[in-house]
Design a protein around this ligand. Structure first.
Ligand code: ZN
Length: 304
């Protein structure tokens, strides 16, 4: 949905599921000043480094790309507005709830950090989209957006959805438009990134050591990844464009059969989560024999 005014709102529901809502917005609110947002960006990166959370993809973006705001979000924990590069965080995530500076990441709960990283990932995709055609992105970033475009066509153009979200075994096929497929990909990937952050934090809290340097802890992360894949947890949604379908529902959720593929998860583990190769290989091996992970189908992307 390049260039359109889209509001993405995320809320935490039961268990680990993180859902976002998309809706058209009409009036952009005033954001922090550019320098204030850049200062917050530096604070975010420094806090993330202290918590051993991924910072590489954040450092790839200019510090003033995302404009931060705080608001009393009642239903949602956070929102991201791609067209305006604007992130609205719940006021509870600000220092002393004053709505000026982001709270130190070290004071946030695992769930708050999951939501924050979910939104930060949307910001990263927004950044890659904004530079996609300029030929200015470094190789890894250009490679990731090119891979995302390939998946948009090859994987998210035809998906299985769950008409009733609580009944994940009842599915229907849908053929998605380009914006719908892009939204489904963006949300699916963000769900995985948020999941990875929450689980890393919980595992390191219990183990009191770095997951990446401790075989037992990284093994625990890999086991959780395998179980999540088996349960079909890595699924996004899209807002249907068809007016008839929109009358039925504002959002369609992908079914387990259309969850994140192994190849997509490996790309994200490497480039966004910055996981060591040995963990990525172990994760691939752990789910390799599973039935619930798609290996993808051969697909030709037509030149645009
Ligand atoms: Zn989202």
């Amino acid at each position: 949905m390049r260039g359109s005014l889209i509001q993405r709102s995320c809320m935490v529901l039961v268990g680990l599921s993180l859902l976002c809502a998309a809706a058209a917005i009409s009036s952009p609110a005033a954001g922090q000043s550019a320098s204030g947002s850049a200062r917050m960006w530096e604070q975010l990166i420094s806090g993330a480094a202290t918590l051993r959370l991924p910072t590489g993809f954040l450092k790839a973006m200019p510090p003033d790309f995302v404009q931060f705001e705080f608001d009393d979000l009642r239903t949602y924990a956070a929102e991201y507005h791609p067209g305006e590069h604007r992130m609205v965080l719940n006021r509870t995530l600000s220092f002393h709830a004053a709505g000026r500076d982001v709270r130190p990441l070290t004071t946030m709960t695992s769930k708050e950090l999951e939501v924050l990283y979910h939104e930060l990932f949307h910001a990263y995709i927004d950044y890659l989209e904004s530079k996609e055609s300029g030929g200015v992105l470094p190789g890894p970033e250009q490679g990731l957006i090119a891979f995302a475009r390939e998946m948009q066509v090859c994987r998210y153009r035809e998906v299985l959805i769950t008409p009733v979200i609580q009944r994940s075994h009842e599915t229907e096929v849908r053929y998605l438009s380009d914006p719908e497929a892009w939204e489904a990909l963006n949300e699916t990937w963000a769900v995985f990134v948020g999941w990875a952050i929450w689980n890393q934090l919980e595992i390191e809290k219990k183990g009191r050591r770095s997951m990446n340097d401790t075989a037992q802890l990284s093994g625990e992360w890999v086991s959780r990844f395998r179980r999540a894949i088996e349960a079909g947890e890595f699924r996004g949604y899209y807002a249907p464009q068809d007016p008839d379908e929109r009358r039925v529902t504002q959002k369609r959720f992908l079914a387990p059969g259309s969850q994140l593929s192994l190849e997509e998860s490996q790309r994200l583990m490497k480039q966004v989560l910055g996981l060591p190769e040995k963990i990525i290989e172990a994760a691939a091996k752990a789910v390799g024999q599973g039935k619930n992970i798609s290996v993808g189908r051969p697909c030709q992307v037509e030149p645009s």
